[in-house]
Design a protein. Structure first.
Length: 268
């Protein structure tokens, strides 16, 4: 496999694990929140090229341990953070080379525009902090960050199906990226409901569309549609276990592999 393809595949593996958080339009009351400790696993031996065609690549594995949190600072203002504090990346090209370290963090806030109704609307602003090692920091190709400071602005809508124990969510957003990356439109829809008192089931479709490619794709321009289910099992009314999987299709510059997640969640 050429050096440029390996570079792009490694970058794609990093980007996949940063695009998994989707919360919806609800803010938390002051002092309340939601926290999730998650482990994500991606293993792949194929890759969607810039053209969208699949090719075989060297086996690559990525394990990401992260904390996702939402905390109501004041009414209608919720702090939001995705913090992949430990990653382990390995590939078989050079005898199972391995890289460990933190990933890039995403920190920001959600502001409630329309609250206390069945349908809620919020604006969310997130900043991507380049805390991980990027391709500009080392040459091996096993990097945990993308080396850019990006800003993501999104409009989120949530709708409660009460008295049916379920919800609907939708989101549209703009990701402002630096010069080596194309700006992006991000979108998502999600539906979930409770099965009895202890099991929650949800499913989603999420997508990323690169802006300004004009058919000329580079190794940094990414586009895809993803979908998958998640199951939450409540051990108590406010804590439990979560598991899910995400599959990618219609992709450019993306690993051809599912992302598997398992974690623990807690509500304040």
């Amino acid at each position: 496999m050429s050096k440029s393809i390996f570079f792009a595949a490694t970058l794609a593996g990093f980007i996949l694990q940063t695009c998994t958080v989707f919360a919806g339009g609800w803010t938390h009351p002051k002092g309340k929140g939601y926290f999730k400790l998650n482990e994500q696993v991606i293993k792949s031996n194929s890759y969607f090229q810039p053209s969208g065609d699949r090719i075989d690549i060297t086996n690559q594995s990525r394990y990401t341990t992260s904390l996702y949190g939402e905390f109501g600072l004041v009414e209608r203002f919720t702090l939001v953070g995705y913090m992949p504090f430990y990653q382990r990346i390995s590939e078989d090209r050079h005898g199972s080379d391995t890289k460990t370290g933190t990933g890039d963090w995403e920190l920001g806030a959600r502001i409630g525009l329309l609250t206390n109704r069945a349908t809620v609307v919020s604006l969310q602003v997130m900043a991507g902090l380049p805390l991980g090692d990027s391709y500009t920091d080392q040459e091996v190709g096993l990097f945990t960050g993308d080396g850019e400071f990006n800003q993501l602005f999104s409009l989120q809508v949530g709708h409660s199906l009460w008295p049916t124990p379920g919800y609907l969510k939708a989101e549209i957003g703009f990701n402002n990226r630096e010069s080596d990356f194309s700006d992006e439109i991000r979108y998502a829809v999600e539906a979930g409901f409770m099965v009895g008192e202890r099991v929650g089931v949800s499913g989603w479709i999420r997508g990323v569309k690169a802006i300004g490619t004009d058919g000329e794709w580079t190794r940094n321009d990414q586009q895809y549609v993803s979908f998958g289910p998640e199951v939450n099992f409540y051990l108590t009314p406010d804590a439990g276990i979560t598991a899910g999987v995400t599959k990618y299709s219609g992709a450019h510059n993306v690993l051809d592999a599912p992302a598997w997640d398992i974690g623990l969640f807690m509500k304040l």
